[in-house]
Design a protein around this ligand. Structure first.
Ligand code: XIL
Length: 375
């Protein structure tokens, strides 16, 4: 579901272009973000992307060829996630009627380009098909609907997803469970059921719990740890925690806070990934807030590099005009690394610095070559 309005379109229109750094732009780059990430010991640096029909912003068709060149051919990205196409709304719009078209557009491009695919998201309260919320469920019928949904969707992409976000955003800010249709009917059992079913259907995919505001220690991060422990205790496979990392330039966490949060999850023996990274700022962008954004990107990516167990970073699209931010957070934008004119934000350099271990000379994960790469 696109969240568009005339006001938000206007806001987006005034948010760019911005001050730029280099323009890795059109062709393959020798040492893109994914190259640096792999040198630093991560599995990937990726960008989520949408099927053109679902993109946040229409009227940008003229930019597609340059956009596609960066997304699929530049070497900047070694991974992608379909931002919308695999969600319940698209994949099972009516009960028992499955549609893989939108998700498949991105999945097949990823395969062709040799990119890791993170799959997103099986059970989530938002962007649900309307029938899920309008049906009067009993525990038995909702259980069956969850199982059927995961059997359909996860089976379709079986063997192609590096990871699945099995359950997305199940928690409130205080670490208690969100009162979703799933929770109302089944309590925390729905989380167990979702992971159990996903493990049966696609045993090789890494199964993640994914949420926002897990990037610093606190009640919500504790809640997410509770989910991992609850699944473990029940003998159910859980492999990772996804930190969405929708952050704010003007009030970003410190490097140490990020490190502590990531370590908190890694110490449970699950892997961690930054799954939807973007760092929004109050538009218009200025030298000052772009500098804050650069530090914020450097901190969070640097923390991932420095904590063993953090496997990769995904930015939530890479091109500002296709970011969800201006449509949801009024007056904010410029959250990604590429400006409207395809030049890059100062934060691009911040990410490269983080990946090449210039964040700070501490806590190195002792990974191959990380400190030797200087550009
Ligand atoms: C967003 C998409 O980017 C938008 O296009 C859509 O309209 C709403 O959802 N957390 C998630 C993502 O897990 O799926 C959301 O993506 C952003 C917040």
């Amino acid at each position: 579901m696109l969240l568009l309005s005339a006001t938000s379109l206007l806001l987006a229109a005034v948010s760019a272009p911005l001050a730029s750094a280099s323009a890795p732009g059109n062709g393959p780059v020798k040492k893109g973000l994914d190259f640096h990430a792999k040198q630093a010991g991560l599995k990937y640096f990726g960008a989520a992307t949408d099927s053109p029909g679902q993109r946040e912003r229409a009227g940008y068709e003229a930019a597609y060829s340059q956009y596609d060149a960066i997304m699929w051919k530049s070497g900047e990205f070694g991974q992608t996630t379909p931002t919308n196409g695999q969600k319940w709304l698209f994949s099972e719009p009516q009960q028992g009627v499955f549609n893989y078209t939108e998700g498949e557009i991105i999945a097949s491009k990823a395969q062709k380009a040799g990119l890791y695919l993170r799959c997103h998201a099986l059970v989530w309260h938002s962007q649900l098909a309307p029938w899920v919320e309008s049906t009067t469920w009993t525990p038995a019928t909702l259980r069956a609907a969850i199982i059927a949904h995961i059997e359909g969707v996860a089976k379709h992409w079986k063997g192609r997803c590096y990871a699945w976000d099995v359950v997305n955003e199940a928690l409130n800010e205080d670490g208690t469970y969100r009162d979703s249709v799933f929770y109302k009917v089944l309590g925390e059992e729905y989380i167990k059921l979702a992971f159990k079913t996903a493990a049966r259907v696609d045993p090789h995919a890494k199964l993640y719990y994914n949420d926002y505001n897990l990037e610093s220690p606190g009640a919500k991060a504790d809640g997410a740890k509770g989910i991992v422990k609850m699944l473990r205790k029940a003998g159910i496979k859980v492999d990772g925690v996804g930190l969405q990392a929708h952050l704010i330039a003007e009030s970003h966490p410190t490097l140490d806070e990020h490190i502590a949060a990531i370590k908190g999850f890694a110490s449970l023996g699950v892997e961690v990934a930054l799954t939807e990274l973007d760092i929004r700022l109050q538009t218009p962008a200025t030298a000052a807030n772009l500098a804050l954004q650069k530090t914020a990107y450097k901190n969070v990516v640097g923390a991932c590099v420095q904590v063993k167990g953090c496997v990769g970073v995904t930015i939530w699209d890479f091109y500002d005009p296709f970011s969800w931010v201006p449509y949801v957070f009024s007056g904010q934008g410029a959250a990604l690394l590429w400006n409207e004119d395809f030049s890059t934000h100062p934060a691009y350099v911040g990410v490269v610095e983080a990946l090449t271990n210039k964040t700070r000379g501490r806590g190195k994960r002792g990974r191959r070559g990380a400190s030797l790469i200087l550009n």
